[in-house]
Design a protein around this ligand. Structure first.
Ligand SMILES: NC(=O)c1ccc[n+]([C@@H]2O[C@H](COP(=O)([O-])OP(=O)(O)OC[C@H]3O[C@@H](n4cnc5c(N)ncnc54)[C@H](OP(=O)(O)O)[C@@H]3O)[C@@H](O)[C@H]2O)c1
Length: 402
């Protein structure tokens, strides 16, 4: 594609991000791009554009021969995979923001890019407006990256900030966040740390070349937090943040999502409300912080626009680090063996009944508090044993790294 050419787009989805893209594209001065057709699902929904701009049949876009880019921004993970795969098999470049679809099917999508000589880029899927994936891939291609620590879920950060600043409990703030559209009607994906896990999986590909499966990554969320936990942190001058981490220690990697106590000396301490932040640490560049709105219509739309623009100069991810690990093999490497899950970790654990934590392998207890309602311990535990609490809907235990 050449930069001066007018690009024709086929757009899937006209919800939060799709409409955001439409707006930023209309206001963009440089990029000459036209949305030729928009595919959506609900025939009864009122739309802000003429009905002739829309279709309900994906083939009205996928079978067209005159499109330069398919932009996939839908909320249906299985259908998103179908659309993105078909477009690539048809030789069309794709931009997507569907982190769950990308994370769950990464290797398949990577291979489709190679086999069909097309580009699939997805900056909007991680950190909303924060330009991180292309930076990890290109800018830090030769840097000895040591760690990426990030706040990647705006909903969680918004809830945690308001709980602390307003002195309110989780349920009350969550309800309010839902009525203000800062949280989904079903917030599980966000508050359980699943959404952040999909994002750190994509970061791990571009930062370290790791190819992981979502189930190999521990995610502990904030769904069980209460104001007492916030207060505990506050009294010690700390804040609780849901952190996603991917770091290299020797020839092993640690990749996980967990609430953390953060102190004032960290730049992440002051990342508040719906803001996201990514702290990248390299051997030579030292620590660098990227921060910005991690979700939302226009911020994510702007990342999608940037991807479309990158395609005008034939950009594609080089996957240099991943290809090095693949070492010419066409089968998915087992990056799980590169994961370190056999280490001890210091955590704050709040529970009401000892039976709730019997699966936790405790090495030693540093502090213990008991009350009629709640108990907590500060303990060194085996990281592996935390997997028992990962995705466990029944557990009421709150765990936070100290
Ligand atoms: N919201 C954010 O801030 C954000 C940020 C980063 C990434 N993302 C990701 O971007 C994607 C879109 O998110 P969103 O927030 O824009 O979702 P949304 O507001 O719920 O909109 C979803 C859109 O997808 C369409 N759709 C759903 N299933 C479809 C199907 N089978 N065929 C065609 N269209 C279909 C819907 O059609 P109807 O209009 O007919 O209902 C709607 O227009 C998701 O993967 C999300 O994880 C979102």
């Amino acid at each position: 594609m050449n930069n001066n050419k007018k690009i024709s787009l086929g757009l899937f989805g006209f919800g939060c991000v799709g409409q955001g893209l439409y707006d930023v594209l209309n206001m963009s001065q440089g990029l000459q791009a036209t949305i030729e057709k928009i595919c959506v699902r609900d025939k009864t929904k009122k739309r802000r554009l003429d009905a002739n701009r829309f279709t309900f049949d994906k083939n009205d876009i996928l079978k067209r021969k005159d499109l330069d880019v398919v932009v996939e921004l839908i909320s249906d993970t299985n259908e998103a995979l179908e659309i993105v795969s078909t477009a690539m098999k048809n030789g069309v470049n794709v931009v997507s923001a569907s982190k769950e679809m990308l994370a769950k099917n990464f290797f398949q999508l990577f291979k489709l890019q190679q086999e069909n000589n097309v580009s699939l880029i997805y900056e909007g899927s991680v950190g909303g407006s924060i330009p991180i994936l292309r930076n990890l891939e290109e800018y830090y291609d030769n840097e000895l990256l040591q760690s990426v620590r990030a706040i990647l879920n705006g909903t969680c950060n918004y809830i945690l900030t308001r709980m602390e600043l307003e002195g309110k409990d989780y349920g009350e703030i969550l309800k309010d966040a839902q009525s203000n559209s800062f949280a989904e009607a079903d917030p599980w994906l966000d508050v359980s740390g699943c959404d952040a896990k999909y994002k750190i999986l994509l970061i791990a590909v571009h930062a370290f070349g790791l190819l992981l499966k979502p189930e190999q990554i521990l995610n502990l969320g904030i769904q069980n937090i209460c104001y007492e936990d916030i207060l505990y942190a506050k009294e010690k001058g700390l804040r609780i943040k849901l952190l996603t981490r991917a770091e290299k220690l020797g020839d092993k990697y640690r990749v996980y999502v967990m609430p953390h106590f953060i102190d004032k000396s960290s730049e992440l301490f002051n990342v508040l409300y719906e803001y996201n932040a990514v702290e990248v640490e390299g051997a030579f560049s030292c620590k660098q912080l990227f921060t910005g709105k991690g979700a939302g219509s226009h911020p994510t739309g702007s990342a999608v626009l940037s991807d479309i623009s990158a395609l005008t100069y034939n950009y594609r991810y080089g996957y240099k680090k991943l290809k090095k690990l693949l070492n010419g093999n066409s089968t998915a490497p087992d990056s799980a063996k590169l994961l370190d899950s056999d280490f001890n970790i210091k955590v704050y654990v709040r529970f009401s009944n000892k039976s709730e934590i019997e699966k936790l392998e405790i090495v030693s207890i540093e502090e213990e508090y008991k009350s009629a309602k709640n108990n907590y311990i500060i303990a060194i535990v085996k990281f592996k044993s935390l997997f028992h609490f990962c995705g466990n809907h029944d557990s009421k235990v709150f765990i936070c790294e100290v």
